[in-house]
Every structure is written in C-alpha cells, then in structure tokens.
Ligand binder design. Structure first.
Ligand code: DBV
Length: 250
C-alpha cells in the first residue's frame, strides 16, 4: 500500500456515498502510464494512474496518482464544479519527494476578495483549519502569484514525519472533503447572465494558471516526455478550455 492510496480510496467511497457519481472519460493513454527512472540499482518504476468522475453540480472530479517508490508519491485531486454554480474548487496536492512531504489542501475560491463569497465559503471552514494548525503549521515559501487562488483556510504544510501525513493530514483531508460536499449539497444553480459570465471567467483564470504553472510539469516531462505531458495537462488535468471549445463546435 502506498502513502496516498488510502486518501484516494476514501475519497472515492465517500463521494459514492453522498453523490450520484458517474465516470468522467479519461483520454486514451492516460489511465495508466509507466516509466523506468534512475540507473543501476537505483532503478525505479514510476506509475501514474488517472481517475475521473462527474456528479450533479460537479463537472469534473479527477485525480492523478503518481507512485514511484518510497520517496516519490503524489496525489493531486481536484474537483471542478459546473459553470452554473458558484462553488469553490476542492484542491488537494499531496506530494512526497526525497526531501519530505508537501501538503496543499483548500477550497479554492472563485472570488478571493469578495466578502460575501468569503462569508459563504471560507468562514464555515475556518474552525476546521484552525483545529489543524497546531499539527500542520504553515509550510513557508509559497509562490506569491498563486495566492489569489487560495482561501484564508488554505492548509499548506511540510511535515517531516510520514506518520503526520497518515494521521493529521488524512484527518484534515476527510474533514475538508466532508465540508465541501456539504457546500455541494446546499448549492443552488446560478441563473443571471452577469454572474454566470463572472464564474466562467474565474474558472478559466484558475485553470489557465494551473495548466501554465503546473509544478509537476518537469517531473512528468522527465518520466514520460514532453508530448505526453502537455496532452495530459491540457487534455485531462486542466481540460476546461478544450471542453468549452468542443461545445462551441458541436
Ligand atoms: N501539482 C499539480 C499536479 C500535480 C502536482 C496536477 C499530478 O498541480 C504535483 C501532479 N506539486 C506537485 C509536485 C510538486 C508540487 C509542488 C510534484 C513538487 C514540485 C517540485 O518541488 O519539484 C500547490 N504544489 C507544489 C507547490 C505548490 C503546490 C505551491 C510548491 C511549488 C513551488 O514551490 O514552486 N496546488 C499547487 C499550486 C496550486 C495548487 C501552485 C495553484 C493554484 O492548487
């Protein structure tokens, strides 16, 4: 069993218990990808698997799971709501590298600086965030340009110990996911044209930033090559622009 498999298993069965889950198409060649890295006795197989779902109100629920031995484990898990809901994104970036663990967990806001939006989608999460702060302190160094995409309840931490990931991080992950599905349950469709346009712009802003700055790009290119990586990023991980283009063609 690898470090983040229990997170993925939990999320899948928990979502199944609360949502009417359908499957989200994964383009050919991306469901399972393997490569051998390193030389001699340092050789290691790196496997990336992809997982995708949809649900009412949620356009794409997707995970990328990278397993490359003890010192390379990644679970990147994001939920993209339908464009007629003002829901935040659920974003989890759980990363284990030779230097240690790097954990990002948040309900990423569409409108970071709008007080009504904060009151609706951040204030209810703050008690959960605060409960974990003593165990999961601020991780330091963080790209300034990424700040607009995170809420004040952003859990960003770099635990040294794997047991911290298995206990506190796992518990926080469960609490955030539960709170997110509570938001989903309560969400009402947005119908006025101006709000719909603002949501689409905010989703595109987020998506373009993530596709452009994907911190995994270097790693994926090394393992699987440039062509596979770019297609993976734009055709699966952050695919909204492609999907919008397909709609307007058909
Ligand atoms: N990050 C992704 C995807 C990944 C992934 C799709 C499938 O968005 C993995 C894989 N994240 C990943 C890896 C690293 C990070 C780091 C492999 C380590 C990169 C390295 O050190 O080589 C949050 N993830 C990070 C970092 C941040 C995040 C801030 C540190 C990067 C740095 O220091 O420059 N999650 C990440 C982020 C957003 C987000 C920037 C922006 C909206 O949601």
């Amino acid at each position: 069993m690898t470090l983040y498999q229990p997170f993925l298993d939990y999320a899948t069965s928990y979502m199944r218990s609360r949502l009417d889950l359908g499957s989200y198409p994964i383009p050919e060649g991306f469901e399972y990808k393997s490569a051998i890295t390193g030389k001699g006795k340092h050789q290691e197989e790196v496997v990336t698997t992809s997982h995708g779902f949809t649900a009412p109100k949620l356009r794409q629920i997707r995970a990328a799971h990278v397993q490359g031995g003890q010192s390379l484990q990644v679970l990147n898990f994001v939920i993209f709501p339908q464009l007629n809901y003002d829901l935040p994104f659920f974003g989890a970036d759980l990363v284990t590298l030779p230097g240690g663990h790097l954990i990002a967990l948040d309900m990423q806001p569409l409108f970071r600086d709008d007080p009504d939006y904060q009151a609706k989608y951040t204030t209810p999460i703050l008690p959960i965030f605060q409960a974990y702060q003593p165990h999961l302190p601020w991780g330091g160094d963080f790209p300034e340009e990424a700040r607009p995409f995170f809420s004040p309840a952003f859990l960003w931490t770099r635990p040294q110990e794997t047991t911290v990931v298995e206990t506190h991080v796992f518990a926080a992950f469960k609490d955030y996911l539960k709170a997110y599905l509570d938001f989903v349950e309560q969400a009402e469709p947005v119908t006025d044209a101006q709000s719909l346009a603002a949501i689409e712009q905010a989703q595109l802003r987020y998506l373009r930033y993530r596709a452009e700055k994907d911190p995994a790009r270097g790693m994926f290119r090394r393992f699987y090559g440039e062509e596979w990586t770019e297609e993976y990023i734009h055709g699966f991980l952050f695919d909204l622009e492609r999907k919008l283009a397909e709609c307007s063609l058909s």
